[in-house]
Design a protein around this ligand. Sequence first.
Ligand SMILES: Nc1ncnc2c1ncn2[C@@H]1O[C@H](COP(=O)(O)OP(=O)(O)OP(=O)(O)O)[C@@H](O)[C@H]1O
Ligand SMILES: [Mg+2]
Length: 342
Amino acid sequence: MPKLNLNLFIDDEYEYHEAPHRKLRSKASQKPKRTRQQIVAELAEQQDVIETYKFTYRASRHERAWLIGSLGNFYEQQWFSDVLRLVKGGKEATVYQCLGNTHTGARLLAAKIYRPRMFRNLRKDHIYREGRASLDANGNEITEDGMLNAIRKRSAYGLHLAHTSWLAYEYKALQVLHAAGGDVPAVYASDDNCILMEYIGGEELAAPTLSEVELEREEARALFGRVLNNIELMLANDLVHADLSAYNILYWQGEIKLIDFPQVIDPDQNRNAYKIFERDVIRVCDYFARQGVPSGPRRIAADLWTAHNRRLHPEVHPALLDDQDEQDRAYWDKLVDEGRRG
Ligand SMILES: Nc1ncnc2c1ncn2[C@@H]1O[C@H](COP(=O)(O)OP(=O)(O)OP(=O)(O)O)[C@@H](O)[C@H]1O
Ligand SMILES: [Mg+2]
């Protein structure tokens, strides 16, 4: 098996980026030096590598190169023996169904591969990063000055580290919640661009998200309770999902699994934590209200929060507002009008 070194990221629009290198480089040297054509040519030279991986899932050549670049190490470590199909391309990641090897005992695995373009979607990522240390691929806090500087400056290397940190947070949250008995997929392994986890669904069809399912009222009532239990379990483990909704809950054979945790926040370390938490609860309640189970989301959020000895901080802190964002600017103007700017 040839050792892979596809030093490329390819995003879903098939733009090419130089992969960030591990050591800090000067600004000038961070600019891509190769043209797109040269990079494509370089890929073509690696044709033999691509052909070595005979996956059942027939991706385009570009996607295959990206897949191999992201999953090659796990394949070599025998976590899985085949990529069977594409499950779904989300906004920030693409999930594939893989055939498990002996490591996990599971026949099928889900591989969640992150896209570099997630940075374009996470304009407000500072809101979630507040109070969160940056983690390396092993889930350890980054403390080295050069690395912290790169993250602050958002250099190519810094963005790479920040990207890895998102993923490490997702892995850690899944690990903690699974160990605590939460309804989340078990996680098996991760590196700086991919998480291997329990696959939810059937051979042919992956589990739908709750948003795609209409429930009978009785079942809805039971599942609503179950989701609230999971939200409470998260709080007990100092976690707020921060993007929870029926779109990030899978439904399979009467069971639910919460997914998609990279943006988790610590309820005690983020000044917007309560607002973010309340938004999660409201979105969940809105879905269940549509399934015939009305509730009082704001009250539920407040009760859960205070039951865990937390105080309510309903306001967005001005330091976290984004001056490029229209809504944030409007909120700032409101604060000024109310004479609360301080
Ligand atoms: N463990 C799993 N088993 C089966 N399917 C999964 C699993 N994890 C994720 N999926 C599927 O992949 C989709 C994308 O996953 P996820 O929500 O984690 O990524 P995302 O890119 O952040 O999504 P989005 O930004 O669209 O919310 C999910 O909506 C779900 O359909
Ligand atoms: Mg999602």
